[in-house]
Design a protein around this ligand. Structure first.
Ligand code: GLU
Length: 485
C-alpha cells in the first residue's frame, strides 16, 4: 500500500465549525494511525466569501487542540503551495489539458443567457441545468472566440449516457446515471477553479489517499471521478463522514452559538473536553470507553468504528464531559483558569480566592458560569423569605427565625473568624439545642447567600464573607423573617 496521506481542506470562513473540527480530527487520526502524513490545505477559491484573518483562525485552532499538520501553507512541504488561491496557474494548465483530453469544454455563454435559462427553469419548477449550448463548438469556433477576448468558463463534459460508480469505504457502492450530472463549471471566468476541479487536481498532485471529507460531497464524487478518469489518474479511496446535526434535520448554527469551536472554547469549555466529545460524534471505540486524550485516540481510532448515520450534537453531554475534565484538573490548574472569571465577578479584594476554587471546582460545568455561581459573594441577591422554608431540612419561617437569632447570638462574639471556629460555634449550638443540623445550618446559609443552591455550605460561606459582611447579612435575613411572620 502506498503511503497514507490525508488532508484537511477547510474554506476560511472565520471560524472552525464543530463538524469541521471533527473532520479534521478523523482525518488527522487516520494519518497518524497508519504513520502517514496529515496535510492542511486552504480552499479559498471563492473570492466572494473571503474573510479577513480567517486562515489564522484555522492555524490557531488546529494548534490549540494539538492537530499538528505535516505539510501546509504555514510550514510548507514538497507539494505546495497549499493555499488554492496561490495555485491558479496549476488549475488553468490542468483545465486546458482536460479540454484537450475531451473531459471539458470552453463555454462562452453570457450571464444574460444563463439567467434566462435559470428563470425559465424556475418558471417550470425545474432544477436549472446548463443546456450544453457550447458543448459542441468546433475547435475553430473556440479559437476565434478566445482570440477576440470573449470571457469564458471551462465546463466539465459529462458523458451523456451510461453510469458512474465508486465505492466509499463507509457508504458502500454509489452509482449515478451520467445523464443526471450537470456539465458544471470547473474554471470560472476569473480564472479560479471551482471545488469540482480544485479538489481533483490538488488531491492528485498532493498524493492524497484516502480522501476524507463530509458526506455532502458523496453525491458529486462520481463527477470528480470522471475527471480523474479523463486525466488517466488513479482514483483515491474515499471516506465520507456523516454530518453533525443539532437534531434530526437541523444544522448547528453559529448564530445560535452551537457551531463554532471558538465560541465553545471562549465560553470555558476545555479544549481537551471539546476534542474528546467531538471524537465521539460519529465514531465509537467499540466498547464503552468515553474518555480519550488525543494520544489515546491515536491508538484507539479505527475507521471501522465510524458511523453512517448523522451524529447528534448533545450540548448536555458536552457539558457533562467538560465538568468531568474540570474535576480532573489539578487544583492549581483550575485556580488559574478560574481567575479571570473571579475578576469578571468583581469579588471584594480580600476574599480567599483559593478557597473559592476548592469549593467550586467539582461543581463547575462550564467556566463562564463561575461569575453567576459566586456572584452572591460580592453582593447579597434579592430573595424572598420563603427560601427559608425547606421541607427536607424541616425548616419553617418560625424555626428559621428562632435558630437564626440564636446563631447570630453565638457568632457575634466570635473573636477568630475562620472555618474551624465557625464550625465549632455552630455545632456547639446545634448540640446545645439538640436539633437536626439543618435546622440551624439551612437558615444561616440562606441568610448568608440569599440563594437556594450555593457552592459550599453555611460555614464555608461565612468564612469567605468575613465577620462584618456575614453579620450584616444574617441580620438582614432575620429582619426579613420577622416581617414575613
Ligand atoms: N473546502 C471544503 C469545505 O470547507 C471541504 C472540502 C473537502 O474536504 O474536500 O467545505
Amino acid at each position: 500500500m502506498s503511503e497514507i496521506r490525508t488532508r484537511f481542506a477547510p474554506s476560511p470562513t472565520g471560524y472552525l465549525h464543530i463538524g469541521g473540527l471533527r473532520t479534521a480530527l478523523y482525518t488527522y487520526l487516520i494519518a497518524r494511525k497508519y504513520n502517514g502524513k496529515f496535510l492542511l490545505r486552504i480552499e479559498d477559491t471563492d473570492q466572494d466569501r473571503l474573510v479577513e484573518g480567517a486562515t489564522d483562525v484555522i492555524y490557531k485552532t488546529l494548534k490549540l487542540v494539538g492537530l499538528k499538520h505535516d505539510e501546509g501553507p504555514d510550514i510548507g512541504g514538497p507539494y505546495g503551495p497549499y493555499i488554492q488561491s496561490e495555485r491558479k496557474p496549476i488549475y488553468q494548465k490542468y483545465a486546458r489539458e482536460l479540454v484537450e483530453r475531451g473531459g471539458a469544454y470552453y463555454c462562452f455563454c453570457s450571464k444574460q443567457r444563463l439567467d434566462n435559462l435559470r428563470n425559465e427553469a424556475a418558471k417550470n419548477n425545474e432544477v436549472f441545468r446548463y443546456d450544453g449550448h457550447c458543448r459542441n463548438l468546433s475547435k475553430e469556433e473556440v479559437e476565434e472566440k478566445l482570440q477576440t477576448g470573449m470571457p469564458y468558463v471551462i465546463r466539465q463534459k459529462v458523458p451523456a449516457s451510461g453510469t458512474t460508480s465508486f465505492t466509499d469505504e463507509l457508504f458502500g457502492t454509489i452509482t449515478v446515471e451520467n445523464s443526471t450530472l450537470e456539465d458544471g463549471v470547473l474554471l470560472k471566468s476569473d480564472g479560479l477553479p471551482t471545488y469540482n476541479l480544485a479538489n481533483v487536481v490538488d488531491d492528485h498532485l498532493m498524493k492524497i489517499n484516502p480522501v476524507v471529507r463530509g458526506s455532502e460531497y458523496l453525491s458529486s464524487t462520481p463527477k470528480y471521478n470522471l475527471i480523474y478518469e479523463s486525466f488517466g489518474w488513479e482514483i483515491p479511496r474515499y471516506i465520507h463522514l456523516s454530518p453533525v446535526m443539532k437534531e434530526q434535520g437541523k444544522k448547528l448554527s453559529k448564530r445560535e452559538g452551537d457551531a463554532s469551536f471558538e465560541d465553545f472554547y471562549n465560553k470555558g469549555y476545555l479544549k481537551e473536553a471539546i476534542l474528546n466529545y467531538v471524537a465521539l460524534l460519529g465514531w465509537s471505540p467499540g466498547d464503552d470507553r468515553e474518555f480519550f486524550t488525543l494520544e489515546e485516540l491515536e491508538q484507539a481510532f479505527d475507521i471501522k468504528g465510524l458511523s453512517k448515520s448523522p451524529a447528534i450534537f448533545d450540548i448536555n453531554k458536552l457539558r457533562w464531559m467538560n465538568s468531568e475534565y474540570i474535576k480532573k484538573l489539578a487544583p492549581e490548574e483550575f485556580h488559574e483558569m478560574a481567575l479571570p472569571y473571579y475578576k469578571e465577578a468583581g469579588l471584594p479584594p480580600e476574599i480567599n480566592l483559593r478557597r473559592i476554587s476548592s469549593l467550586i471546582q467539582s461543581r463547575t460545568e462550564v467556566l463562564n458560569e463561575i461569575p453567576d455561581m459566586i456572584g452572591f459573594l460580592k453582593e447579597l441577591p434579592e430573595y424572598e423569605a420563603e427560601l427559608f422554608v425547606h421541607k427536607k431540612s424541616k425548616t419553617t419561617l418560625e424555626n428559621s427565625y428562632e435558630n437564626l437569632a440564636k446563631a447570630i447570638n453565638v457568632l457575634k462574639d466570635l473573636l477568630e473568624w475562620n472555618e474551624e471556629m465557625l464550625h465549632k460555634a455552630l455545632f456547639d449550638l446545634i448540640a446545645e439545642l439538640g436539633v437536626k443540623n439543618s435546622l440551624v445550618l439551612w437558615p444561616v446559609r440562606i441568610a448568608a447567600s440569599g440563594k437556594k443552591v450555593t457552592p459550599g455550605g453555611a460555614i464555608e460561606i461565612l468564612g469567605l464573607l468575613g465577620k462584618e459582611e456575614s453579620m450584616k447579612r444574617l441580620q438582614i435575613g432575620l429582619d426579613k423573617l420577622k416581617k414575613s411572620m
